[in-house]
Design a protein around this ligand. Structure first.
Ligand SMILES: *Cc1c(COP(=O)(O)O)cnc(C)c1O
Length: 363
């Protein structure tokens, strides 16, 4: 399969293949978990690094996705321009500020109001214009405290079409915190009888119908990243990080590889130097830990990952590996979850960290 991929003729650098069919497969899989409610796509941070335009347009056209969530109004404005449909709902997690109010109005973005103060300002400036209210049920990050719920519910002019909260521990489905937050959410929801309810991101969506309510807000699962502390086999890989070999060399006993001479060679070793480094967002923490799929093996990273280059130990490859052959750092042979673990991080950070030098190629 690797043979089908050609080195990027423009830059000979790394790229990420993005399988938009797999994106749709994951969206449909989640929606099938909860067929009677709405599945919304979280496309903040440039659709988790995979490209807001392609991801949102694909989900809107192929899966009839109607609701999207972003973090910033600027992301929402870009999304509004990408979507042909004027009826799409674009929710913005970071609620309106004085300097962004105009953008909300211009682009018909739905603000997520995160405090009484924010709700009051919106209701007085935009009476009757629908908004979402985010209440904090234990995350202690964003959202109105439970003590403000009554006052928000009583606000004149506020039309809350969605009430949401966010789980702190959905990476561990059995954590008792999940049930605690669910209970607090249900209690608060009784004050907003006209609002639809949304508690769950990817983790809650995959935890079963107790956590589904009226709308799922799904991010990482769409992109093939498990939301859990363990891999989730129901998700199809979407992103494939690839880079070409720029040089092959042999290192002999007594020699070392890379910066700080941290990797000692004890037997004759074949090395492939690959055009991917921490400057592309592949974490330096993966030095000596991560593996890449090349030829017919998983080749360990030998020594330190540098800015533009990584050395792979390909000694065990049965077939010879040549310059311009392709190494895959995740997606095929090595899963996104395995790569993230090897780098001491999570799929979210690995995807959103992919640098500007990594060409996005859509399949
Ligand atoms: C990012 C985010 C989501 C999506 O989370 P995933 O775990 O990627 O599905 C949902 N809700 C809120 C409030 C978020 O910040």
């Amino acid at each position: 399969m690797t043979g089908a991929y050609q080195t990027n003729a423009k830059t000979a650098g790394p790229w990420v293949d993005i399988d938009l069919n797999a994106l749709c497969t994951n969206f449909a899989m989640i929606r099938d978990q909860a067929p009677n409610i709405e599945t919304a796509a979280v496309v903040k941070c440039d659709a988790y690094g995979l490209g807001l335009k392609a991801v949102a347009q694909t989900l809107a056209a192929k899966e009839n996705c109607q609701s999207f969530f972003v973090a910033y109004p600027e992301e929402g404005a870009a999304l509004r321009a990408y979507l042909n449909r004027t009826d799409a709902d674009i929710y913005v997690f970071n609620g309106p500020l004085p300097q962004t109010m105009a953008l909300f109005e211009q682009c018909r973005l739905t603000p997520i109001l995160n405090s009484f103060e924010q709700a009051e300002k919106w209701a007085s400036r935009q009476p009757g214009v629908a908004a979402a209210v985010h209440i904090d049920t234990g995350m202690n990050r964003l959202g109105a405290p439970l003590s403000e719920v009554d006052d928000i519910a009583a606000l004149k002019g506020l039309s809350a079409k969605l009430l949401m909260s966010h789980l702190a521990c959905s990476s561990a489905p059995t954590d008792p915190m999940n049930a605690k937050q669910r209970k607090r959410f249900i209690d608060a929801a009784s004050k907003f009888p006209d609002a639809r309810l949304s508690l769950s991101a990817s983790g809650g969506a995959l935890m079963g119908k107790d956590y589904h309510f009226d709308m799922l807000r799904v991010g990482t699962a769409l992109y093939g990243g498990t939301p859990f502390d363990f891999d989730e086999p129901r998700l199809a890989p979407v992103a494939f990080l690839r880079a070409p070999v720029v040089q092959i060399r042999t290192a002999l006993p007594g020699e070392t590889v890379g910066y700080a001479a941290s990797h000692a060679i004890s037997k004759p070793t074949q090395l492939a130097t690959v055009a991917l480094g921490y400057g592309d967002g592949f974490p330096r923490a993966g030095s000596g830990q991560a593996e890449a799929f090349i030829g017919d093996i998983r080749a360990p990273v030998a020594g330190r990952i540098s800015m533009d280059l990584t050395s792979l130990d390909i000694t065990n490859a049965k077939n010879s590996i040549k310059t311009n052959d392709i190494a895959t750092f995740f997606g095929e042979g090595v899963s996104l979850f395995e790569a993230a673990c090897a780098c001491g991080t999570i799929p979210y950070e690995l995807l959103t960290g992919l640098g500007g030098r990594v060409d996005r190629r859509y399949l």
